[in-house]
Write a protein that binds this ligand. Structure first.
Ligand code: TXA
Ligand code: MG
Length: 330
């Protein structure tokens, strides 16, 4: 086993936090069955203690995954099993009925538990090593301060958390940039029908095809969850979503006294002001998702007070990106 992995397992066994690369974003991980370790996650993130965490489980061997599933969840509906078969390992989190008495703190007291089997090879190598050491699941929210932009590189994790964890050097397993770039699709499987709680790169149509059921939108009965707050994933600068023509008009109206402004756009735009930084958005939703949080971080420097973003296309493949941008702008 590589030394960094062995060290990560040792730290997790000691109740210490570890920065975990996944295919979506970096997580801040602890043994999901240790209330003391999980409490450290809430402290480091500044996350309210009533916002539940996702628990990550191993993919292989299949018996280990089944053991983890049986440990954390019960009464798994057939449609949830079909979704796991179709998308695990991968960027899908399922909210399942929780087995009473387990991972209470990670679940923030809800009678459900969010489970995810990540596809990232480093995440899976760590989860396998953990399973061998008797750790069945890693509770891991995105490794950012509460309400902020999720980290998609190891250095983002350190930028976010080093200051609050200065008593001990945080170990982050550095696996470079996350290939998906926005957080997992979350489906509530505690009701008769699947409910989409958070859009991601797995689309509703893909979910419906695999589940064999229509996927409902969240309603008033849906559980409260932090990633679902209207304002989230927010840079420090104010983010505004605008149509291309609206953007061009606003740029034309900027005088020489314009504030420091960044524009993230797909359509060609004209702008003469040296105060304005133009950043081109990819035409493809997957490529945009992959770079989105790193771009928001880079545009959000201390001098920039406004980030104008061209509204993404209406196409379903953009649902995840559109959701994150709307929350960043809220
Ligand atoms: O891609 C991801 O999901 C990343 C990586 C690290 O796996 N994790 C992530 O975690 O985005 P976090 O904590 O930033 O967002 C998880 C969302 C939150 O909105 C949380 O409230 C919700 O999942 N959640 C977790 N458990 C839940 C539960 N039992 N019921 C309802 N919502 C839940
Ligand atoms: Mg988060």
């Amino acid at each position: 086993m590589p030394a960094a992995l062995a060290q990560a397992v040792q730290r997790l066994r000691a109740g210490t936090l570890v920065g975990l690369p996944t295919e979506t974003v970096y997580g801040l991980a602890a043994d999901a069955d240790r209330a003391d370790a999980v409490a450290r996650i809430y402290g480091a993130k500044g996350r309210p203690s009533d916002h539940p965490l996702i628990v990550h489980v191993v993919a292989e061997p299949a018996a280990a995954r089944a053991a983890a599933l049986a440990h954390y969840a019960q009464d798994v509906p057939a449609f949830a099993q079909r979704l796991m078969d179709a998308f695990w390992p991968g960027p899908l989190t399922l909210i399942l009925p929780r087995r009473p008495g387990v991972a209470e703190r990670a679940a923030a007291g809800q009678d459900s538990i969010g489970l995810r089997c990540p596809a990232h090879p480093v995440a899976q190598a760590l989860l396998r090593a953990c399973a061998n050491a008797g750790i069945l699941g890693l509770a891991a929210p995105s490794a950012n301060r509460f309400g902020r932009v999720s980290p998609t590189r190891a250095e983002h994790v350190l930028d976010e958390l080093e200051a609050v964890l200065d008593d001990e050097q945080l170990l982050v397993l550095d696996a470079g940039a996350c290939p998906v770039g926005i957080e997992s699709t979350i489906v509530d499987a505690t009701r008769k029908q699947p409910v989409l709680l958070r859009p991601g790169m797995i689309t509703r149509a893909q979910l419906e095809a695999a589940a064999g059921l229509p996927v409902a939108d969240r309603d008033a009965q849906a559980p409260r969850a932090s990633g679902m707050l209207a304002s989230h994933y927010a840079p420090r600068a104010r983010v505004r979503l605008m149509a291309a023509d609206e953007l061009q008009t606003a740029l034309d109206l900027l005088g020489t006294q314009a504030p420091r402004l960044a524009v993230y756009h797909r359509s060609p735009l004209r702008c003469a002001s040296p105060q304005v930084r133009l950043q081109r958005m990819p035409n493809d939703a997957q490529a945009c998702a992959r770079e989105l949080f790193a771009v928001l971080r880079a545009l959000d420097d201390s001098e920039t007070t406004l980030i104008w973003v061209e509204r993404p296309p209406a196409d379903a493949s953009w649902d995840g990106v559109r959701d994150r941008l709307q929350r960043a702008a809220a």
